[in-house]
Design a protein around this ligand. Sequence first.
Ligand SMILES: [Zn+2]
Length: 150
Amino acid sequence: MAKLEVYQFPARSDNYGVLIHDPETGATASIDAPDADATIEALYQKGWTLTHILITHHHGDHTAGNKRLKAPTGCIIVGPRQEAGSIPAIDVEVSEGDSVAIGNSNALVIETPGHTRGHVSYLFPEDGIVLSETRCSRSAAASCSKATPR
Ligand SMILES: [Zn+2]
């Protein structure tokens, strides 16, 4: 039974970073990579090791940390196929209906064009978590209640 932990932290002075963690396997994913320093600090504080980055779209303020986070961790970078050419160090290209395993939890990829044409969101049905950009919402928990969507 999947039960992801969600950790949100300030990044880039006006935004948030989000980590999700599967305590059973140790798998940990960053949602986008807005700020490598802030993400590394958050990982250190939690004692988690980065295994994945789930990119929602190609803009620089969401992918700036890709290479710096991948270098020491070897994490797998997942992102939308439509924008793969603009996402640094992408490993796995996904589109509507694909699934991505983070430890024992599976994310369903949903294409959510608008902010960019190739934008995707990641839905973890068993955990009740939707991750879209640096925002996240959780049906039954307060983990993300301090989010201030931009
Ligand atoms: Zn953007």
